[in-house]
Design a binder for this molecule. Structure first.
Ligand code: PLP
Length: 401
């Protein structure tokens, strides 16, 4: 390790709470889909800070918007109006079809608000329903509510007891979903494409079972689009591609392009049950975060990014399938748009350092899955270059494993 890395690691090891096992790289600069480390080595980024840097790194329009806002006014709290929150809520309503937005600072907070608003809806109707139906392999965040609907025992066990009123259903099993939902169910929560669980798109038949069960019992539907939303799949939101009609949608990650912001989008029917003071956030939707998000949505909608994602995504799919055909350790390629997982026949942890060695950034999730969430602006040529490096990394990993 170099001096720079040694120094950074030593200081962190003494003073930063050790909740993340980091790769031994210090990134100091980025441009588009490329990052550079402290030694000047260049990398292609197929992870975008876990699905966040939607416009790539150091995007000129985003940098301008943030700089301009920082030099004007950062934060005034939700006790006052400012010009951008309403604009952002309106744009999100146009994209999602859900009339109203509540702003927060992260994905887990967006999910937390979904759960609270679902409970509030039933409380207001004088029929308090407590139960949530969630999916196996789900991930919704780390706060108590969102952790309660996250299935992974590894995340849950040290913090129990969690909410006792959650039932988990196997993914893409329509009959299990129909059997689980009753008139005690407040809401069904699902990621339209499961992310941390290993990149698993819901099937249309399963989405249909969710809709049927919900309309039969009155249960609300919560779509967690924190990872899959805002164009990542080649659709503004993947729930619409599945024919789901959620009353609540959680958004985060890409929304601020790197500036922390989350949003809970709700239907008018749910909004009508929520009163002043029911929920809040000191930072939520401040001027800086809203300016950043407006810039991301500008690029996404007016800049034609969604069509670009669908196009490049189809190319990436073909390339990944031919990579899989060359590497017998790859068992399955799953995903849509620019959200992909390569499931290996073994633990994929060693692919991450092998990829860094080749100058490409990927991530391992659900133990055996190599996850790709590139910046949404990635071009076909950049994707080819990055996938060439991944191909070499898989070769090196397969040879030593
Ligand atoms: C689907 C989904 N929901 C919620 C979260 C939590 O988001 P955050 O880490 O911003 O709290 C994540 C994070 O990976 C996610 O993928």
């Amino acid at each position: 390790m170099s001096m720079v890395i040694d120094d950074v690691v030593a200081r962190e090891t003494r003073h930063v709470l050790q909740t993340y096992r980091r790769s031994a790289v210090t990134f100091v600069r980025g441009e588009g889909v490329r990052l550079w480390d402290a030694e000047g080595r260049e990398y292609l980024d197929l992870l975008s800070g876990i699905g966040v840097a939607a416009l790539g790194h150091a995007h000129p329009a985003l940098a301008r918007a943030i700089t301009d806002q920082a030099q004007t006014l950062l934060h005034t709290s939700n006790l006052f109006y400012h010009p951008y929150q309403g604009q952002l809520a309106e744009r999100l309503a146009n994209l999602s079809g859900l009339e109203r937005a509540f702003f927060c600072n992260s994905g887990t907070e967006a999910v937390e608000a979904c759960l609270k608003f679902a409970r509030r809806y039933w409380h207001t109707r004088g029929e308090p329903r407590a139960e949530f139906i969630a999916l196996e392999e789900s991930f919704h965040g780390r706060t108590f509510g969102s952790l309660s609907v996250t299935s992974d025992e590894h995340y849950r066990a040290p913090f129990e007891p969690l909410l006792p009123t959650v039932k988990f259903v196997p993914v893409n099993d329509p009959n299990a979903m129909k059997a689980a939902v009753t008139t005690s169910t407040a809401a069904i929560i699902a990621e339209p494409v499961q992310g941390e669980g290993g990149i698993r798109p819901l099937t249309p038949a399963f989405a249909n079972a969710i809709s049927e069960a919900a309309s039969k019992t009155g249960a609300l539907v919560i779509a967690d689009e924190v990872q899959s939303g805002l164009g990542r799949t080649g659709f503004p939101f993947y729930f619409a591609a599945l024919g789901l009609k959620p009353q609540l949608v959680a958004v985060g990650k890409a929304l601020g392009g790197g500036v922390p912001i989350g949003a809970t989008l709700v239907s008018q029917e749910v909004a009508d049950t929520i009163k002043f003071g029911d929920h809040g956030s000191t930072y939520g939707g401040n001027l800086l975060a809203c300016r950043a998000a407006l810039c991301v949505l500008d690029e996404l909608v007016r800049g034609g990014l969604i069509a670009h994602i669908a196009r490049v995504g189809r190319h990436v799919e073909q390339q990944l399938k031919s990579i899989a055909a060359r590497h017998p350790i790859v068992k399955e390629v799953r995903g849509v748009g620019l959200m992909w997982g390569l499931e290996l026949d073994r633990d994929a942890a060693g692919v991450v350092p092998a990829a860094l060695q080749q100058g490409v950034i990927v991530n391992r999730t659900a133990e055996k899955v190599v996850r790709l969430l590139p910046p949404l602006v990635i071009t076909q040529a950049e994707a080819d270059e990055a996938l060439g490096r991944l191909d070499a990394a898989l070769g090196a990993f397969g040879a030593q494993a």
